[in-house]
Design a binder for this molecule. Structure first.
Ligand code: MLT
Ligand code: ZN
Length: 474
């Protein structure tokens, strides 16, 4: 098939109207390139339905004509998960017009959001009702609920609230044959066997299109305390986390590891950032602790834990943000690491997890192994230590223009082998998309791979849903 049949395109155009259908190259262009600008695709059309019924009809028609569909929300995938291939055979199915918060109930602590709701809009709507949706990440201004569900997104608050999987109470989706699965009821107990909701969460649009989700809300934050800590090693950071667990239990919701190299890159490349502590430290940790309204601020408790850690030589220095502006400044440093890295040259990026208690050793040993094995590279491992997940990025030698194409794949294979050896995952939070597809095929347990392919075949026998993502070909 050279392109989708003209009569199908005509039917879709008539059904969706001018707001819901375009083939204009200029309108489509921004949506054909992934966020990291690694992949550029082509599409026969971009469809933007306004309702679940329209999505269902589009999917049914495309399935009948065997036309591939690439679902897309805010296009902020870190793994090329929402970019079509270069053939031009597929259509992009944008969910951005479905941007209604259908309901938000403080009584039941639930928000029902359509797939195109932007994360920061949900944050604001929940705050107006004295509630909070507790998942957040750097792309919150563009990432949509459908994409967050479909990638089982993580972010910086997973330590306390878990990933998207823990926050989705119900789902509405269009399955590959065009039927609608209406499972939005936020049932606490539901024991009917296979859980379609969990199958669709993290499926990257390969099993259907998520059109809405019931999401769990929590009480709004009454007070929050942010601290920046300097310490000697990832091991010391984990000891500090354990101390915080013991003394403050649930109050700690962010615990982010920053190597000094990453801090220095941010200070060099990101305007308006400042050294958070006086002296220099090999490693840093950003801690965020919160309390709901009406509960005492966690400030004193955090101060006491940090003093105790200081007296045990666990930490070298620490600053508790005195004002909200300083708290924001600390977070800005953390959230700017990727941007600073981008500006400082080519890097092979990895998103790996191992058991939390093994992560400090893994970081140190794997970094040493990589730097021994490959000439002139530098490892920058940062991120969600409390979740056992770091972005284990390897920067290429300065000025080596072809490094990313020629050398980085070997580096990635080397890093992933170490992760598998340590019993970990090669995709902790960014998903597989197209970026990690070959590596998943190379490294995945054969039993799991068979099961994944069988599920895909059963639900999407014509292979129309987001082909070339997540499911390695047999
Ligand atoms: C982060 O934790 O900052 C992002 O997930 C990492 C990234 O942009 O690689
Ligand atoms: Zn991350």
């Amino acid at each position: 098939m050279a392109s989708p049949p003209q009569d199908l395109l005509d039917t879709l155009a008539a059904r969706l109207g001018p707001k819901g259908f375009t083939r204009d190259p200029r309108e489509m262009e921004p949506w054909l390139v992934d966020w990291r600008k690694r992949y550029t695709g082509a599409a026969a059309a971009m469809l933007s339905p306004a309702s679940t019924e329209e999505v269902a009809e589009v999917v049914r028609l495309c399935n009948e004509a065997r036309v591939p569909i690439v679902p897309q929300g805010g296009n902020s995938s870190m793994a090329g998960g929402a970019t079509p291939d270069a053939s031009g055979l597929a259509v992009i199915l944008s969910l951005r017009r479905m941007s209604r918060i259908r309901s938000l109930s403080p009584e039941s602590n639930t928000a029902v959001c359509e797939a195109g709701v932007i994360l920061s809009n949900l944050h604001e709507a929940a705050a107006e009702e004295g509630r909070r949706f507790p998942l957040t990440l750097g792309a919150k201004g563009s990432a949509t609920i459908g994409g967050l569900v479909s990638t089982n997104a993580g972010g910086t608050q997973v330590l306390r609230f878990g990933t998207m999987r823990n926050l989705v109470q119900g789902i509405e989706a269009v399955l590959p044959d065009g039927s609608i699965y209406s499972g939005l009821a936020p049932l606490k107990k539901d024991n009917r066997g296979y859980d379609l909701k969990h199958l669709l969460i993290g499926a990257e649009g390969t099993l259907g299109v998520v059109t809405a989700a019931s999401l769990k809300l929590v009480p709004a934050v009454g007070s929050r305390i942010v601290a920046w800590v300097g310490l000697a090693s990832p091991e010391a950071a984990l000891s500090l986390l354990r101390l915080l667990d013991e003394r403050m239990s649930d109050a700690v919701e962010g615990f982010e590891l920053v190597p000094d190299l990453a801090l220095q890159l941010v200070l060099r490349h990101v305007d308006g950032t400042r050294q958070p502590l006086q002296g220099s430290h090999a490693w840093h940790v950003l801690i965020e602790a919160t309390a709901p309204a009406g509960s005492p601020s966690p400030q004193d408790a955090l101060g006491e834990v940090l003093e105790a850690a200081f007296s045990k030589d666990m930490v070298e220095d620490a600053a508790i943000a005195a004002m909200e502006a300083q708290a924001e400044a600390f977070w800005r440093i953390r959230d700017s690491i990727s941007e600073a890295e981008q500006k400082s040259g080519a890097a092979a990026k990895h998103d790996v997890s191992v058991e939390v208690s093994k992560m400090p050793r893994f970081i140190v040993d794997a970094a040493a192994a990589v730097e021994r094995r490959f000439a002139d590279v530098r490892v920058i491992a940062f991120g969600h230590l409390g979740d056992g997940n770091v972005h284990f990025n390897v920067q290429g030698p300065d000025g080596a223009s072809n490094w990313l194409k020629e050398e980085a794949p070997g580096v990635t294979a080397f890093v992933h082998d170490l992760v598998v050896e340590a019993g970990g995952s090669i995709s902790a939070e960014h998903g597989i998309g197209q970026l990690r597809l070959a590596e998943l095929g190379r490294l995945e347990n054969p039993g799991r791979l068979n099961a994944v392919r069988a599920i895909k075949k059963a639900l999407d026998p014509n292979g129309i849903m987001n082909p070339g993502k997540l499911v390695p070909l047999a």
